[in-house]
Design a protein around this ligand. Structure first.
Ligand code: PFF
Length: 453
């Protein structure tokens, strides 16, 4: 079997894990959720979810991966031999494969918009809604775009852990953070941006209800990539001196900052254009923003062009680093279970995802009338199964596995790097309380709410 490889530095570990977490969920989904759920109050609840559930669950996933140094299936098999827990690993690998297939479709849209932005079409289009519909309904363009981004992720994954994932995360993440910083400054400088800032900074607690609470939790899980095989696989390449809780905390901090900053980019810009609504939903970055770029920069088209190019580059970089983390669990599973070469395993994943992704990409055009369960298109079905069923279920099982099944000793040893690190007692008490009680109960609540709605 091939050498598994490992990350070469702590910075590489943090940037790769943050790359998994920071994705379309931050730049596309988070602002959409904030817009639809009332602004600042949603953000506060979201931050509470990240701290109370996200960080403990991420640490739990790191424990499983780093302790075993194996792909998710073999990790659970090693920690719980001859039990049904291996199902958790299998589900993680399947979920990653499923998510990668439809996530690549939206990543493909960002590639298309980046190309359009460079060609100066985004700032000159006359009807942004029609442009978006025409593109997504086209028979082949979304498929070509999806395949192109999958091949980009393939290019990285085939190079392995240090020469691929780590090297490219170290290049892409700083670029992404720099672009975010520049865009935040530009967005603040727009006239009328203070209304957007108020929307993001002044909480209106009357908007909070059960639904908003559960949306915030769901968003936190998706954004932090917890409950799948991704972080567990990355952790299997962590070195023995990596500090698991600190890494989880740093990743959560980077992820949340990027999400909030994306809000700071989008809302001041959106509010600076009078007749554009902040609660436009998923079309926000593909339909609303092009209008904003045009109107806000009508007198300085070159700056509008630059803003659009930087924004869609940001979106593409964010999507790519998350795709890499979805590509790797399936690849490592194939390498280790079926003794495949990395090149072969990566190709199997890439081409099977192109096949599945084609069904999803065509869901807005030629396959729009092909309906599955509850009348869903392929795209909606993949989204529903992975994000609404497998992710909460994966998170729930993870919290039970690490909180209740694994010996407490093993968990403590893993967190403290075999007692080399010293933490105050309250930290362990807090960790076990959150992972044993708070996380599973909260996830059951999300799950029931999703099923009912
Ligand atoms: N966290 C990614 C995002 O915010 O876009 C999406 C994601 C990646 C979800 C990996 C789940 C996952 F396992």
């Amino acid at each position: 079997m091939e050498n598994r490889g490992s990350f070469g530095s702590k910075l590489g570990i943090i940037l790769a894990s943050a790359g998994s977490a920071v994705g379309l969920g931050n730049v596309w989904r988070f602002p959409t959720e904030v817009g639809m759920n009332g602004g600042a109050a949603f953000i506060l609840i979201y931050i509470a979810c990240v701290m109370l559930m996200g960080i403990p669950l991420m640490t739990a996933e790191f424990i499983v991966g780093r302790h075993t140094h194996k792909n998710p299936v073999d990790a659970y098999r090693t920690l719980a031999p001859k039990t049904g827990w291996v199902f958790q690993g299998i589900m993680g690998v399947f979920a990653a494969w499923f998510i990668l297939s439809y996530y690549s479709v939206v990543a493909g849209w960002t590639l298309k918009y980046l190309v359009s932005a460079v060609a100066d079409q985004v700032t000159t289009m006359t009807d942004s809604a029609a442009y978006f519909t025409e593109f997504t309904q086209n028979a082949w363009m979304p498929v070509v775009a999806m395949a192109a981004v999958l091949l980009m992720s393939h290019w990285v994954i085939v190079r392995g852990v240090q020469g691929g994932i780590e090297k490219y995360s170290k290049m892409m993440m700083p670029m992404l953070l720099l672009i975010i910083a520049v865009l935040v400054v530009c967005s603040f400088a727009m006239p009328g941006s203070d209304t957007g800032l108020r929307f993001l900074l002044k909480p209106d607690f009357t908007k909070i209800n059960g639904d908003v609470l559960l949306s915030a939790m769901g968003q936190a899980f998706f954004s932090l990539s917890v409950g799948m095989g991704c972080l567990c696989t990355y952790a299997s390449y962590f070195t023995d001196d990596a500090k698991l809780m600190k890494t989880a905390g740093s990743v959560a901090l980077i992820d949340t900052s990027v999400a909030v900053m994306s809000g700071f980019i989008i809302f001041p810009a959106v509010f600076s254009v009078a007749d554009v609504a902040p609660d436009a939903g998923p079309g926000l970055v593909f339909i609303t923003l092009p209008t904003v770029f045009q109107t806000a920069f009508a007198h300085a088209p070159l700056i509008g062009w630059l803003f659009a190019v930087m924004f869609y580059t940001l979106l593409l970089l964010a999507a790519l680093t998350s795709m890499m983390s979805l590509h790797e669990p399936v690849t490592s599973f194939l390498i280790e279970r079926f003794a495949m070469k990395r090149r072969t395993a990566t190709s199997v994943v890439t081409f099977s995802c192109i096949a599945l992704g084609t069904l999803c990409a065509m869901s807005f055009g030629p396959l729009a009338d092909v309906r599955w369960l509850f009348g869903m298109t392929f795209f909606d079905f993949f989204d529903f199964v992975s994000a609404k069923i497998i992710m909460p279920l994966g998170g729930f099982l993870l919290s039970i596995f690490v909180g209740w099944y694994l010996p407490k000793d093993l968990v403590v040893k893993e967190i403290t790097n075999n007692h080399a690190l010293h933490f105050p007692r309250w930290l362990f008490v807090g960790f076990f309380f959150l992972i044993r009680w708070v996380a599973p109960m909260a996830i059951v609540a999300i799950f029931i709410n999703e099923l009912v709605s």
